[in-house]
Ligand binder design. Structure first.
Ligand code: EPU
Length: 436
């Protein structure tokens, strides 16, 4: 696979309209969950990114028939699926492969997956997923880099599960596994992200009985079978937030279209606090920045708190603000690797554990830098858009795993950004670390 880099010449404001794609973190659960469906699911608004493409390839290994209706609509026919050993190399590359545990268990009563991949920001345990599957009656063993699960003859049985830690992945994975289990499952201390509600809506539209998604208690009454149906994925809250932060950094006025403004409340509130003008429309937000940005303090939290997946982008923005800001990352232990890259462009940020102290007033200067992971990469693009001179950003495949047509959308807003093959980087079969 060719390696690419982005060349960004900063200093151009962003103006116009941008259309937000379907949510990555909903799609990466919904695609594996289609394995439960004994019929054809038509899914619209799947973002055209490499993580969803990889998951669709994985689904084919189980015998799913995939018909790409258009760029963002697929039909997945799982009427004749079977267990398979063919997908392990692909599973290793994506975090969301953990949803195949719940999906295989639900459909086949057995599951084997690799340990999930994913962006490397510290320890990423899956003990809460294992706790949930075990409570439903599965025997889970981790050996040789694989997670192997078996269920008793009579299959999974509903259970009460209290999550010790609020986890998006564990909430969704247990939900997927429980949909076809016998009886009632109650998951408490659930995550409440919009993509959790979206997964529940998808499952319900296929015939499941999932209630309470979006609150901290989800109740699932097991059903015998899921049939086919049609579903449209919600817009990507983080993609929208990233464009909002980009406009705030580069200046200009952009209508961010195809959003659910309510899902953006946590981002909108902080951007307004630092001086960004945001007008909410029915399914769009108009973002404008003319004056000086103000400092603030931010703590990342599970939804409806400020999302960790916006932390690198907003921290970059706070470098431009007047005064000192304090950002506390309370979801992940180690999500500040990008700070070293940002310093190469002039940022003044001190990190101590999960706290970053950002001295504002930076004027970024272009530099050769690296995208350490998906959101870190987006943050480097934002810095490049408002930097003096040329920014050369490497390892951009991380970005392309989570943002559909990032370059095309930014160019349409007036950004001077190009994607080139990177002759300095050796060709790779595929990178090991991925989005999410
Ligand atoms: N945790 C545990 N045990 C578990 C699971 C999680 O201790 O079994 C801890 C984690 O270590 C972390 C916290 O709980 O400290 C939250 O983790 P969570 O399970 O919620 O994260 P995830 O499901 O692995 C998803 C997104 C991430 C996003 C987080 C938090 C996907 C594929 N990934 O990860 O997205 O940061 O939720 O919202 O949905 C991204 O899109 O850039 C991204 C990293």
């Amino acid at each position: 696979m060719d390696k690419y880099k982005y060349l960004i010449r900063g200093g151009k404001p962003l103006n116009g309209e941008v259309e937000i794609s379907g949510a990555k973190n909903a799609s990466v659960a919904i695609i594996p969950a289609a394995l439960l469906v004994n019929g054809v699911c038509r899914i619209e608004h799947i973002p055209n990114i490499s993580d969803t493409e990889m998951l669709l390839r994985i689904m084919k290994c189980y015998g799913a028939k995939i018909r790409q209706v258009n760029k963002t609509t697929v039909e997945i026919d799982c009427r004749n699926v079977h267990l398979s050993d063919g997908a392990y190399d692909m599973m290793r590359k994506i975090r969301a492969s953990y949803y195949l545990i719940g999906a295989q268990l639900g459909r086949f009563g057995k599951a084997k997956t690799t340990m999930p991949g994913g962006c490397n920001f510290g320890v990423r345990p899956i003990d809460q997923h294992v706790k949930g599957m075990t409570a439903l009656g599965a025997q889970v063993e981790v050996c040789g880099g694989y997670i192997c699960c078996e269920t008793p003859e009579d299959g999974l049985k509903g259970a009460n599960i209290y999550l010790d830690k609020i986890s998006v992945g564990a909430t969704m994975n247990i939900m997927i596994a429980a949909v076809l289990a016998k009886g009632r499952t109650v998951i408490e201390n659930c995550a409440k992200e919009p993509h959790i509600v979206d997964l529940a809506n998808f499952l319900n539209s296929m015939g499941a009985d999932v209630r309470g998604a979006g609150t901290d208690t989800i109740k699932i009454n097991g059903v015998r079978e899921l049939r086919g149906g049609s579903y449209s994925v919600i817009p990507d809250q983080i993609e929208a937030g990233t464009y909002m932060a980009a406009v705030a950094a580069a200046g200009g006025e952009v209508l961010v279209k195809n959003v659910i403004p309510k899902h953006l409340d946590c981002i909108t509130a902080k951007l307004r606090e630092i001086g960004v003008e945001i007008e909410e429309k029915e399914d769009a937000v108009l973002v404008r920045r003319e004056g000086q940005l103000r400092h603030t303090n931010i703590r990342t939290l599970p939804y409806p708190g400020f999302p960790t997946d916006m932390q690198p982008q907003i921290s970059t923005l706070l470098c431009l603000a007047k005064g000192t800001s304090v950002v506390t990352e309370s979801v992940w232990d180690n999500r500040y690797k990008y700070v070293d890259e940002l310093r190469k462009m002039g940022a003044d940020i001190q990190v101590d554990g999960t706290v970053a102290v950002i001295q504002g007033g930076t004027h970024f200067t272009g530099a050769p830098v690296t995208a350490c992971d998906l959101r870190a990469g987006a943050a480097m693009v934002i810095a490049g858009l408002c930097a003096d001179g040329l920014t050369e950003l490497e390892d951009v495949e991380f970005i392309e795993r989570g943002y559909e047509d990032f370059i095309g959308k930014l160019r349409a807003l007036g950004a001077d950004i190009m994607r080139l093959t990177d002759p300095d980087q050796p060709e790779q079969e595929d990178s090991m670390c991925t989005a999410g």
